[in-house]
Design a binder for this molecule. Structure first.
Ligand code: PMP
Length: 857
């Protein structure tokens, strides 16, 4: 990478994305693009050369990044390798045919031959090669061919049985073959068909049993952690449930085996085999009955180096066991070298690097030299089913330009005695050695470093015990890998990515030509990153997300790791949770101390960016002990939003995401063993006082309910002390149009017979509704409990004519209907409400509810 670009002052503004790039979010991949924006990865690269990707920021400055993601392995020869570009140009200049279906295609022919030679070099077997347009398509082709192969094996057995049936009939008729004593009884037991009496009967049941036994769905084997693509069939073989689960219903049976576990593989062979009876006549002059087994396994798919699963090279001993098992049971072994093949591991075939002898090899990625979209399935000729050439083909495969570019890529990789592969081997070994030194330096940050050649994985420790709440949350939500990728891009101008199915592993796949100094630069950047993580300095980790990156900074990293905020509540205590949110962005610094280094407006920006993404987290827990000695552990669960964020969303009626956050906060409280959850701040309002929360199994309360309950308690206590007999009292609820006083009035109406609701002018409707609800509750109480047992308003109105005349079915219309004595409510705009000394209460309206209902019937 040119030095001037690397050292250029960083201008915070991600790429000056063109309108077209912005359309990417709107029309192409909305969710992914939004996530990129949150992570500060919304870059539109404008140029790619060798190991460098370039983009321009909003100020028009050019930035260059060392690309260690390398097109997920496709850029083994770097971006836009000059010889490949020249080959592509030549193809265009020569007007080479892209589409010439149903003709002989020289480029495809030569490429197939070259790949077959490469495979034969290791397996000793010549191949037939099917060309495809993408990795997953080649995997689909392998699935289909394996099933054709299995079906062909079955057909052969059935054809053999059919021929044998004829032979048996003929020979028994000729008298050259006898039916031994007890033969029919034994066959009947095999076929679960009692009462076989003659040869016709026997052959009929035998055929039926064999056909039934063979009428099974094929089973595929794959390894845990595997990634074979995301199309409908390939995704069935991809272990990660995130990709596979939504499409399980469209699939076929796959058994996932733990890699390296030979006994598990052998067990699955047993489990997928079934027995069927065979009648033999070849051995002598009488029919013989045998039991045969057939394996229903169509194929075993394996990556020589699991890439997306976290960069795990296959254990050579296990590779040998795979071959033994496949030979014994006769299923093909499919090596998926889409990411690892073509020399990246130091061998043309990654299978060779791990000692695996496959029957099929799938190439893609580097086969196109980083320019063409091309994949190939090479299949040992003896396993190829000729009709497959007709059954699997696609419009875009075998085009001359792609094939020629792939041929050139193979030539570059293999020429000069395989110098490119040698570079992968040597640079990879040195790089791994340096990374291992770092792992030893930061053992609590780096969990492992592994790889083969220039396919390298750096695994970080998850951080369940960190003192940093933000780090804990990022780790728990498996976002840490993405944030690290953002840090490396903005703070060190290095582009990396985490593996798709192993969120804590960064995958590094530079080109074979990468400068050793660039690899060293990555090691230095990783060293600083490890220090930041170790010191739990989240400001340093995330400041690039709000444009505060200081590329290449080397200064001291402040240590926040000793600040422990999260006290462990004793496990034995009863647990309750309180949900809340930040009142303002600065409060995030109380939650995450290192963020106090961030200026307020940047904190606000950080909030705005992350509030939809970060899940609620337990921010604090403490023990509350009452005077009775009982202890309760209170957990404070914080939604990472501010009151302003919420208010903004409430104004925009964009509440679904917040409701989902509240749901997951309640779920978290439940998982943490809490039995009661209080919804604080705006969360109660957003959920209509907890009413819209779906998560069950916990008691929910809101701040208002708590206050209401405490208010009632206080009133009861006060009146007791003042010697007031509630059964004779008259209650005035001031501000009864509001939630709190309205609720007090409703609760106390169970004890007090006469209630006056007081509210401001304009609140008459609301007051009437409260009055009506009080009456309705009283009505229900009268209807459900024996007469004479009622207190409060119910006691006052029981026995009135209105109540006696009101049928239950009309009660349902209670609130709106005039039938309830509520219509007797009067509203007067009169003198100040009793006790009111505020301007707000002057000219109040008084709604006196049950007083007028007292006339006895
Ligand atoms: N198998 C492996 C090992 C892969 O790495 C990939 C791509 N990441 C695929 C299959 C799928 O290939 P594609 O994305 O071209 O469909």
């Amino acid at each position: 990478m040119p030095n001037d670009l690397r050292t250029e002052l960083y201008v915070n503004a991600p790429s000056a994305a063109s309108e077209d790039a912005r359309y990417y979010e709107e029309y192409a991949r909305p969710e992914t693009a939004r996530m990129l924006r949150v992570l500060g990865l919304e870059i539109a690269f404008t140029r790619a050369e060798a190991d460098t990707l370039t983009w321009s920021d909003a100020a028009g400055r050019e930035h260059a990044a060392l690309d260690l993601l390398g097109g997920h392995g496709a850029c083994l020869l770097g971006h836009n390798h000059p010889e490949l570009v020249a080959e592509a140009r030549r193809m265009l200049d020569e007007q080479a045919p892209v589409h010439a279906q149903l003709s002989l295609r020289p480029g495809a022919g030569r490429l197939a031959r070259v790949l077959s030679d490469q495979v034969r070099d290791w397996t000793g077997e010549e191949c037939v090669v099917t060309l495809c347009g993408s990795g997953a398509e080649a995997i689909e082709a392998a699935i289909q061919l394996a099933e054709l192969d299995r079906a062909t094996r079955l057909r052969e057995i059935l054809a053999e049985f059919s021929a044998r049936s004829h032979a048996i009939r003929r020979r028994v008729r000729e008298g050259t073959c006898r039916i031994p004593e007890g033969f029919y009884e034994v066959l009947a037991a095999h076929c679960h068909a009692p009462g076989i009496r003659d040869l016709d009967d026997a052959l009929f049941h035998w055929n039926r049993t064999v056909l039934a036994a063979f009428d099974r769905r094929p089973v595929f084997l794959a390894l845990e952690g595997s990634f074979h693509g995301r199309t409908c069939g390939a995704v069935q073989l991809t272990h990660d449930p995130e990709y596979r689960r939504p499409f399980l219903g469209l699939g076929f049976p796959v058994v996932f085996l733990p890699p390296g576990d030979a006994p598990a593989l052998r067990r699955s062979l047993e489990e997928q085999s079934f027995e069927y009876p065979e009648i033999d006549i070849s051995l002598g002059d009488e029919l013989e009955l045998r039991t045969r087994t057939f394996s229903n396994i169509a194929a075993l798919f394996v990556e020589p180096v699991q890439a997306e699963g976290g960069v795990w090279p296959l254990d050579p001993l296990y590779a040998a066991v795979i071959r033994q098992c496949a030979d014994r049971v006769r299923f093909p072994v499919v090596a998926d070298e889409i990411q690892s093949g073509l020399g990246r591991t130091g061998e043309f075939l990654a299978s060779r690097a791990v000692g695996l002898k496959p029957d099929y090899v799938v190439f893609a990625g580097a086969l196109g030299g980083g320019l063409a979209k091309i994949a190939a399935l090479a299949v040992a000729r003896r396993r190829y089913v000729p009709e497959f050439g007709r059954l699997h083909a696609s419009l875009f495969s075998e085009d001359e330009p792609s094939c020629r570019i792939a041929l050139k890529a193979v030539e570059i990789v293999t020429r000069d005695g395989g110098a490119v592969m040698e570079q992968c081997r040597e640079k990879g070994a040195r790089f791994l050695e340096r990374l291992r030194q770092l792992r030893d330096k930061w053992p609590t940050v780096l969990r492992d470093v592994r790889g083969l050649g220039l396919l390298v994985g750096v695994e970080f420790h998850p951080q369940p015990k960190t003192s940093s709440r933000l780090l804990y949350t990022l780790s728990k939500q498996e976002l840490l890998g993405h944030v690290i990728a953002g840090w490396l891009l903005h703070e060190a101008a290095i582009r990396v990515g985490r593996t798709l199915s192993h969120p804590f592993t960064l995958r590094l796949e530079p080109s074979a030509f990468v400068a050793p100094a660039d690899l060293e630069r990555f090691v230095e950047a990783l060293d600083r990153l490890c220090e930041i993580l170790k010191k739990a300095n989240m400001y340093e980790l995330v400041k690039h997300m709000v444009g505060l990156a200081t590329p290449g900074a080397r200064g001291r990293v402040l240590d926040f790791s000793q600040i422990r905020l999260l006290a462990e509540a004793p496990r034995f205590a009863k647990r309750v949770a309180f949900l809340g949110h930040f009142a303002s962005p600065e409060h995030m610094a109380l939650w995450e101390p290192s963020l106090y280094l961030m200026p307020r407006e940047r904190l606000e920006e950080f909030f705005r960016k992350t509030c939809r993404v970060l899940d609620p987290a337990c921010c604090d827990q403490f023990l509350v002990r009452s005077q009775t000695g009982e202890a309760v552990a209170v957990q404070f669960i914080g939604l990472s939003v501010t009151a302003d964020n919420l208010a903004e969303s409430m104004r925009a009626r964009d509440l679904e995401w917040i409701q989902e956050k509240i749901e997951s906060a309640v779920r978290l409280a439940k998982e943490n063993g809490c039995t009661v959850v209080g919804l604080g701040g705006h969360t109660a309002r957003i959920t209509n006082q907890c009413r819209t929360v779906r998560e069950g199994g916990v008691a929910l309360t809101s701040g208002a309910s708590l206050t209401a309950a405490m208010g009632v308690q206080a009133l009861l206590e006060e009146s007791r002390l003042a010697g007031i007999d509630l059964a004779q009292a008259r209650l005035a609820a001031v501000g009864a149009a509001g939630n709190l006083a309205g609720t007090w009035a409703m609760i106390l109406a169970e004890s007090v017979p006469d209630v006056v609701l007081v509210g401001r002018p304009g609140s008459e409707d609301r007051l009437r509704r409260v009055a009506s609800e009080i009456c309705f509750e009283a009505y229900k109480a009268i209807r459900t409990a024996p007469a004479g047992t009622h207190a409060g308003v119910a006691g006052a109105i029981q026995g009135t004519k209105t109540i006696a005349r009101t049928p239950a079915r009309r009660a349902a219309q209670a609130v709106a209907a005039p039938w309830l004595p509520v219509d007797a409510v009067t509203t007067t705009h009169g003198p100040e409400a009793p006790g009111s000394d505020t301007a707000g209460l002057r000219a109040s309206s008084v709604a006196s509810a049950p007083r007028h209902l007292n006339a006895p019937s």
